[in-house]
Design a protein around this ligand. Sequence first.
Ligand code: GLV
Length: 310
Amino acid sequence: MAVLLSTKTAVMAVWRDALLALDPTLEIRMFPDAGDPADIEAAVVWTAHDMAELRRYPKLKLIVSMGAGVDHLLRPPGPPPGIPVARLVDRMLTSQMGEWVLLNVLRFHRQDLEYRALQRERSWLELPAPVTAERRIGILGLGELGTHAAGLLRGLGFPVMGWTRRPRQVEGVETFHGEDGLAAMAGRSDVLVCLLPLTPATRGIVDARLLGRLPRGAFVVNGARGAHVVDADLLAALDSGQVAGAALDVFDPEPLPVDHPYWAHPRVVMTPHAASITIPASAAPQVVDNIHRARAGRPLINLVDFAAGY
Ligand code: GLV
C-alpha cells in the first residue's frame, strides 16, 4: 500500500524525505508516477491536484491537504465520495501567520507607509503618535490562525475583536457572530484582519458593504484566500480613502496577473501567498499518524467537516 504525493516536484521530494524519516516502511509515489492505482491508500496533495483524478484509486482511504486550507479540495468535483479529508493543524503554519499579521498590523499602526514615503522625499517630519489601546482590531475567523493572531495582538495591548459564523468564546477577545455581529464588529474595526476559511458562505465577504461599514481610514489585512475579497470593491475603497491601506498575501487568481492594479498601488502591500508556508518536517508527524490511523481503522485527526466546508 502506498502514499501518493502531489505538489511541485522539488517540494514533493522534501515531503517524501520528511515522511520516510518518521516511517521508513512507507512506500511513497510522486505524482504523476502513481504506479498501480490499486496500491494508493493515502493521497497528500496541494492546490493544483485535480480531485477527479483521485477517483482512479479504488483503495484510497484518506486525503490530506498540504496546507491549512482545504477549499482547493472541496471545490467541484470535490473529493471522491466517502473519503475523509484532513487538513494540517501545524504550530509552524500558525506561528508564521501570526508573525505576518503582526508585521502588517504594526506596519499600518506605526504609519510605516507614510514614513517610507517621507524617507523617499528626505523629509524629516514627525507624525502624531499612534495609540495602541485605541487601535481596534477586528479578526474575521477565530480558528487556529485567528485565535493565535488575536493572542499576539492582545499581548501588544491592542483591543481585539473576533467574528465567527457561529458563536464562539475566546478569552480576552470580544466576540461577534452572524450577519448582525459582522456589521457591528466592522463598525469598530480600525484594522480588519481576514483569517477565515474559504467557503461558499465566506466568499466575497470583504465587499463594498463590509468595507463601507469600517471606520473611515481603516486598514485591511488578508492572509486567508484571495476570493474572500471583492477586488474591485477594495480598490474603490482604497481610492476613495475609506480604506487607507491593505496588506494582501492571497489573490484570486494566483499568481496575480502582472497588469493587476494591486501591484503598483501605493496603499497596497503584497506578498505572493508566502505569509505561512508549510514546512514538511513540522507537518509530517500528523500526516504519518493519520496514515497509520487510516490503515488501522482508528479515528482520524484534523478532519474536515464537509458541511461546514473547513
Ligand atoms: C496556505 O495557504 C494553507 O492553506 O496552508
